[in-house]
Design a protein around this ligand. Structure first.
Ligand code: AP5
Ligand code: MG
Length: 217
């Protein structure tokens, strides 16, 4: 069973690797960031609560995020495995998942952490364009789509995220170090932690992650 957490700083390549993993291993992709952005674009109650917080680069309150993940993970399509991208992001979220996972038959068994130096993260974020429909990530400098401005996977028009500006990025990175980085020790202590160097090239990162997942299938 592959019940996976994908973690790493903003721009490390979580979304990029997630797209490949879900295609290869046929898992549902649960990106809390994508779910919040979808709610923002639809103008739901959750979206209205999260909009300003996300655009300035802060974390959405734990309570809202934990409830969202609990209801998504409880759905039938997660019974045969899942890929969580961007959750948990705080110790409180990790503790909640540790309790809820076994309760709903969805205990986490692998944590994949991708790291990249800060200055590279900043460059990647500045050049990123994303698909608002399927969540795929591109880069105007390094990972262009086949047709400019159009998603290779689903044909939708690419956009720049509202939080991909230098001010919001700085806040996202500060929050990552203050709130999310402590999860490394948390998951090391649980014996679930696996580190990947996000600087070795997209294909190599994918190959290494794929090897780990195949060995744990
Ligand atoms: P979220 O959507 O999760 O954003 P993030 O963590 O800031 O991460 P990103 O999506 O920016 O980066 P990524 O690692 O996916 O990189 P990507 O693959 O796109 O969260 C957004 C917001 O939602 C948060 O700030 C918060 O407000 C809220 N939120 C979400 N979850 C929450 C939670 N659990 N609790 C509270 N709040 C929450 O790649 C980046 C760029 O690099 C792309 O251009 C890509 O083409 C390029 N690239 C990728 N891999 C490589 C490579 N190997 N080599 C070269 N370039 C690469
Ligand atoms: Mg992402």
């Amino acid at each position: 069973m592959l019940n996976i957490i994908l973690m790493g700083p903003p721009g490390a390549g979580k979304g990029t690797q997630a797209t490949r993993i879900i295609d290869e291993f046929n898992l549902p992709h649960i990106s809390t960031g994508d779910i919040f952005r979808e709610n923002i674009s639809k103008g739901t109650e959750l979206g209205l609560k999260a909009k300003a917080i996300i655009e300035r680069g802060d974390l959405v309150p734990d309570e809202l995020t934990i409830d969202l993940v609990r209801s998504r993970l409880s759905q039938d399509d997660c019974a045969k495995g899942y890929l969580l991208d961007g959750f948990p992001r705080t110790i409180a979220q990790a503790e909640a998942l540790k309790t809820m996972g076994p309760e709903i038959g969805r205990a986490v068994n692998l944590v994949v952490d991708i790291t990249v130096p800060d200055e590279v993260l900043m460059e990647r974020i500045a050049g990123r364009r994303v698909c608002p429909k399927c969540g795929a990530s591109y880069n105007v400098n390094t990972m262009k789509p086949a047709k400019e401005g159009i998603c290779d996977r689903c044909g939708a028009e690419l956009i720049q995220r509202k939080d991909d500006n230098p001010e919001s990025f700085k806040i996202r990175l500060d929050n990552y170090y203050a709130q999310t980085a402590p999860l490394v020790d948390f998951y090391k202590a649980e014996g679930l932690y696996h580190h990947f160097d996000g600087m070795i090239g997209l294909e190599k990162v994918s190959a290494e992650i794929s090897e780990l997942l195949k060995a744990n299938q």
